[in-house]
Design a protein around this ligand. Structure first.
Ligand code: NAI
Length: 301
């Protein structure tokens, strides 16, 4: 069944280039009216210009789609609110927000200035929060919304020199894990994409012969799916090249050590405690607490 977005309105942040541009073009090609947001700055988030967002918005309209450019920063709460208000007043609604804007300020933790930690958290985590905070009431009111957040393998697994970026990128996963619960009864689904693509952000990482294989367009199917009516909620999809895989936080089956449990017992049975065979996912912290109580009562029998 083909996925269409006729009558839907989407905001894509950081859509003036790289992955965001590809998402915006495809959402528009499939019928969505798109707000193309991009600060138009350098990779470290400094400076800004309207050109990047405007170029992509023009590309969409030239192809017969509907788009408007916005060059505000997602770190500006008032601007995030204005972006949502403008989308609603211009296009009548807001159904989809793809939080994609991002910057890099890589350095090992020992050498990293905390201002550079803060700035990266401000853009990736707080930028997503600002946009979502403005969009959520509109979606709640209409009983429908799709929010896509952008995480990264750096946050999910770690990457040397990226403590700031990794913390921000796993922060959005925590944000999703609770927002999916709070959005469920209003028809709001929240998911993450963990992309891998050759963009200015990953320049120099890939040898020239694989650039086509990991072109940003290859990530688009995952994001289009996560914007669609029948997407899951609370999922993370890793997407790079034409590789797609769900990523999940899992918990080992665990061991009940009993009321006298000591640090020595933990050490002695650590292989069992850490054994991930038969590991499970949970949908909420409440489910984890219930599982612990069940394990305790089963062990007591
Ligand atoms: P990119 O640098 O081409 O795109 C990021 C865009 O965000 C830029 O156009 C930039 O101007 C815009 N931007 C930066 N700060 C902004 C702000 N405050 N407000 C509005 N726009 C702002 O890089 P790419 O690769 O397309 O990255 C897109 C997203 O994917 C980012 O969140 C990035 O962290 C994430 N990502 C990318 C990976 C890759 O392999 N390319 C890997 C994992 C995650």
């Amino acid at each position: 069944m083909s996925i269409r977005f006729d009558g839907r309105v989407a905001i894509v942040t950081g859509a003036g280039g790289g992955l965001g541009r590809c998402y915006a073009l495809e959402l528009a090609r499939r019928g969505a009216k798109v707000v193309v947001n991009d600060l138009g700055g350098a990779i470290d988030g400094t400076s800004g210009s309207a050109t990047m967002a405007e170029t992509v918005a023009k590309e969409i309209t030239a192809a017969g789609g509907v788009a408007v450019a916005n060059h505000d920063s997602v770190t500006d709460r008032a601007a995030a609110q204005r972006m949502v208000d403008d989308a609603v007043s211009r296009f009548g609604s807001l159904d989809i927000v793809v939080n994609n804007a991002g910057i890099l300020r890589d350095k090992t933790f020992a050498k990293l200035e905390l201002d550079d930690f803060q700035k990266v958290v401000d853009v990736h985590l707080m930028g997503s929060v600002n946009m979502t905070k403005a969009a959520f009431p509109v979606m709640r009111e209409k009983g429908y919304g799709r929010i896509v957040l952008t995480t990264s393998s750096s946050g999910l697994y770690g990457n040397f020199g990226q403590t700031n970026y990794a913390a921000a990128k796993l922060g959005v996963v925590g944000f999703m894990n609770t927002l999916k619960l709070e959005g469920a009864k209003y028809g709001i689904k929240v998911n993450c994409v963990a992309p891998t693509a050759a963009t200015r952000m990953t320049e120099g990482l890939w040898p020239p012969e694989v650039l086509d294989a990991v072109a940003p367009e290859k990530v688009v199917p995952a994001v289009v799916y996560l914007c669609s009516e029948n997407c899951p909620t609370g999922h993370i999809i890793e997407a790079g090249g034409t590789y797609f895989a769900r990523v999940a936080i899992v918990e080992a089956r665990g061991v009940v050590l009993g009321p006298q449990a000591s640090a020595e017992d933990v050490a002695a049975r650590y292989d069992e405690i850490a054994d991930l065979s038969g590991a499970r996912t949970f949908d909420s912290g409440l489910e984890v607490a219930t599982n612990i109580l069940k394990a305790l009562s089963t062990a007591a029998v």
